[in-house]
Design a protein around this ligand. Structure first.
Ligand SMILES: Nc1ncnc2c1ncn2[C@@H]1O[C@H](COP(=O)(O)OP(=O)(O)OP(=O)(O)O)[C@@H](O)[C@H]1O
Ligand SMILES: O=c1ccn([C@@H]2O[C@H](COP(=O)(O)O)[C@@H](O)[C@H]2O)c(=O)[nH]1
Length: 240
């Protein structure tokens, strides 16, 4: 199927992909490879902003399961995303790409606070804005932050760069027989409880008519390919 052309996109970068072949943390070579893909997409004329996850460092639910208070654990998860954002900023700037990090939890000596109009201005000037600390609120995820920022920034689509090449009818990591969709409606994702993205994020995109494109960002060059309407991905959108 042909995918539409998207000009301004929000890229949701899963934290998990930043650990490369490791089991935890940030792998600098992997971050550089991701940054190269992002620089390539910018070079191709796309406007980008980024939300980074934190799953390579800390997830609130996992922390709570080990006995941390859920709210504190979620704040720890949000702080983890700030580390990933700084790593990505560093890698992009080494490639000569202008960036700004904006955090939903203000930390004045580290990065800018999230200010929507300022973020829009950065994008107009050709900078890539990296949004850190999710929504700034516990009990949310960076998927929801991505949907929220995509709506606020007037993005044409939310690109979820992850470790699977699209949306399947079951989790392909636990069900080898799962089959991939090329495209499907928001309603199917919600009705079948497909966990590639959390339901709040999917509902926010549905209500604001923002298509979600799920693709494997571990494959070098895939971001540019998928943006050009090629490569393997699933598009989730409102159906006629
Ligand atoms: N129906 C499905 N189709 C595709 N992937 C699915 C499905 N159900 C569950 N998944 C899983 O969803 C995961 C995608 O989410 P991802 O790992 O990017 O997590 P995240 O919470 O968005 O990011 P982070 O790693 O920062 O926590 C894949 O690893 C995949 O195994
Ligand atoms: O708005 C938000 C976003 C994130 N969190 C916490 O951070 C971690 C890491 O984010 P992932 O989406 O899992 O990558 C998440 O598990 C939450 O604990 C948050 O509280 N609020």
């Amino acid at each position: 199927m042909t995918r539409p052309h998207f000009n301004r996109i929000l890229l949701k970068l899963s934290g998990e992909v930043l650990m490369g072949k490791g089991q935890f943390g940030i792998d600098p070579e992997t971050v550089t490879r991701m940054a190269q893909q992002i620089a390539e997409a910018k070079e191709a004329g796309h406007q980008l902003c980024i939300v980074v996850g934190g799953g390579n460092i800390f997830r609130g639910i996992a922390g709570a399961a080990k006995g941390f208070d859920r709210t504190s654990a979620d704040y720890m998860g949000m702080l983890a995303t700030v580390m990933n954002a700084l790593a990505m900023q560093n890698a992009l700037e080494k490639l000569g790409v202008d960036t700004r990090v904006q955090s939903a939890i203000p930390m004045a000596s580290v990065c800018e606070p999230y200010i929507r109009r300022r973020a829009l201005r950065h994008m107009e000037k050709g900078r890539i804005v990296i949004f850190a600390a999710g929504t700034g609120n516990p009990y949310f995820t960076t998927d929801t932050a991505a949907a929220l920022r995509a709506a606020e920034m007037g993005c044409d689509a939310l690109f979820k760069g992850t470790s699977v090449d699209g949306v399947y009818n079951a989790d392909p990591k636990s069900d080898p027989g799962a089959t991939r969709y090329d495209s499907l409606g928001f309603g199917r994702v919600l009705a079948d409880n497909l966990k590639v993205m959390d339901a709040a994020a999917v509902a926010l995109c549905r209500d604001n008519n923002i298509p979600i494109v799920v693709f494997n960002i571990r494959e070098q060059g895939n971001l540019a390919d998928v943006l050009a309407g090629e490569g393997t991905a699933t598009i989730v959108q409102n159906e006629e």
